[in-house]
Ligand binder design. Structure first.
Ligand SMILES: [Ca+2]
Ligand SMILES: [Ca+2]
Ligand SMILES: [Ca+2]
Ligand SMILES: [Ca+2]
Length: 260
């Protein structure tokens, strides 16, 4: 538990934006996420091992909830084009001069063959809706899937991580997802929305969940990236703020009492 909170606190950087209108799912975060109420969680740059720049490197995760239509918007900003494993500008090509075994870069967040192994490229945003440290849903591309056909909402299957296809169970509820185009030159970011998000939250429109993001591939020679956080804010920070306010109030009362 402590590990989780240390990670969550370390990753959390909330930046309030000002503006109006819902983000546009065009695959380019650009300026259309410049709206009031967006939560931005920055992640360390350059933390994918094996390459200097990788589209597996998460730079920030954005969340925006519009309660009237009950839509959660999510964006994942990566270094360069999302899913461009080696950062050569082509998310479906390994451009390294001397590729090692299993240096592959599958297109469309799909899967590709290395030397004697199949490399699955995937990403997901897992949601712990009741903060019981067990993820409940995951939105993304499951291992053994691809962006065009398999980007969607799934039930978290109880696995410890994002590695296995059987960690992603079918979701049969009424919430739906929409996705930005498969990442490429004109759509370098991952953007999606979940319509009917409160259906995942006991019909509550109070946004209050933990999340964990994964982006990368398993079985290859380079790393992947993870990011964790809590929306709207880590409860421990809220508790500390409350305790701080209570302490200040008591101090003021004591000073006021001593002054009489
Ligand atoms: Ca990163
Ligand atoms: Ca790729
Ligand atoms: Ca590439
Ligand atoms: Ca849970």
């Amino acid at each position: 538990m402590a590990t989780f909170w240390v990670g969550a606190l370390g990753a959390c950087l909330m930046v309030p934006y000002r503006g109006e209108g819902a983000p546009i799912l065009d695959g380019d975060i650009g300026t259309d996420w410049d709206v009031s109420g967006v939560y931005v969680f920055a992640d360390e740059a350059g933390d994918v091992t094996g390459v200097s720049d990788s589209g597996y490197d998460i730079l920030a995760t954005h969340f925006y909830y519009d309660s009237t239509p009950d839509v959660l918007y999510v964006a994942i900003d990566t270094d360069g084009i999302a899913g461009d494993a080696d950062g050569d500008g082509n998310p479906g090509n390994w451009g390294g001069a001397n590729p090692a075994p299993n240096d592959v870069d599958p297109a469309d967040y799909g899967f590709g063959g290395g030397q004697g192994i199949t490399v699955y490229e995937s990403f997901g945003v897992a949601f712990d809706m009741n903060r019981d440290e067990t993820y409940d849903y995951v939105a993304g591309v499951r291992p053994n899937g691809d962006y065009t056909d398999d980007a969607g909402l799934y039930v978290w299957g109880g696995g410890a991580d994002f590695w296995y296809d059987d960690d992603w169970d079918s979701y049969s509820g009424a919430a739906t997802t929409s996705w930005s185009p498969s990442p490429g030159d004109s759509a370098p970011d991952i953007e999606f929305k979940i319509t009917g998000f409160s259906l995942l939250n006991n019909n509550s429109k109070v946004i209050d969940f933990n999340f964990r993001v994964h982006n990368g591939s398993f079985g290859d020679n380079i790393g992947e990236d993870f990011a964790v956080g809590s929306v709207p804010e880590p409860r421990v920070l809220g508790l500390l703020a409350t305790l701080s306010l209570m302490g200040a109030f008591r101090r003021r009362r004591r000073v006021a009492t001593e002054g009489t």
